[in-house]
Design a protein around this ligand. Structure first.
Ligand SMILES: [Zn+2]
Length: 256
């Protein structure tokens, strides 16, 4: 959860979400980059852009940093473990999180860069995320207090204190991490970390946390398995310097 430790989105916020009809169009990512996430004739990873889930505009554009993130942070949303695996539920989730972050916490936009639903649907989070990733750069999010300048956050729908991670979510999480490691030239064994590794929180829950070694292994295997026939269309990061630290704009409440 990108926010206060141990606090998920309130049930009121969750149940109060409007279920507007989401657009079905998906964001076409560069073929090579996406092919990196999956091999052979398997489906390519699809990431649904903000327009698809009908995001509201940010209060101000997110900051685009000139370096790549060096860590991928795994969160859970601490929301109910819904049995609704539909795309509409995924879009609704993104809208609920965005409204919660903007209205309850006064942030400029949804905090995390990427969101994955229990049905395995992957959504763009903070504005400018997809264009930043495609350019090998990093858009400043609000998901890991004190470390946003060098980490990219993935919010996984559900509460994984002890509940198992749905196979659909897991598969998309592997694909997404493989894609990010590919684009940013990251070693999954070093890059993939949990929220709790950086702060006083249970996030992403024991059940998901315990599977991070498996996640790193699967991502590494995916990357090894696809390296030979991938064409890399995505520019490598310009620099990995951390010169853009402390660019977090003042907020009514500090983004975390
Ligand atoms: Zn978290």
């Amino acid at each position: 959860m990108s926010g206060h430790a141990g606090h998920g989105i309130s049930r009121r916020a969750l149940l109060g979400g409007t279920a507007g009809a989401g657009l079905m169009a998906t964001f076409p990512l560069a073929a090579g980059g996406l092919a990196a996430a999956r091999s052979g004739d398997r489906d390519r990873l699809r990431i649904h852009a903000r327009e698809d889930w009908n995001a509201r505009p940010p209060r101000q554009p997110a900051q685009l940093l000139d370096h790549a993130p060096d860590r991928i942070i795994i969160h859970h949303t601490a929301t109910p473990n819904t049995k609704d695996f539909s795309l509409e539920q995924a879009y609704r989730l993104s809208r609920i999180i965005q409204r919660f972050h903007m209205e309850e916490w006064g942030w400029d936009d949804i905090g995390e860069q990427l969101t994955i639903s229990r049905g395995g649907h992957v959504m763009e989070g903070r504005n400018r995320t997809l264009s930043a990733i495609r350019a090998g750069r990093h858009v400043l999010g609000a998901q890991l207090r004190g470390h946003n300048h060098h980490t990219i956050g993935i919010e996984n729908e559900g509460t994984y204190s002890n509940a198992p991670v749905p196979a659909q979510l897991w598969s998309s999480l592997v694909d997404t991490c493989a894609w990010l490691c590919d684009v940013y030239d990251l070693d999954p064994s070093q890059a993939i970390r949990a929220h709790r590794d950086f702060g006083d929180t249970d996030c992403p829950g024991d059940a998901l946390y315990d599977r991070l070694p498996e996640l790193r292994s699967e991502v590494a295997r995916r990357l090894r398995g696809t390296n030979e026939h991938i064409i890399w269309p995505i520019p490598r990061p310009v620099t990995k310097s951390l010169s853009a630290q402390r660019l977090v704009p003042p907020q009514t409440r500090p983004e975390s």
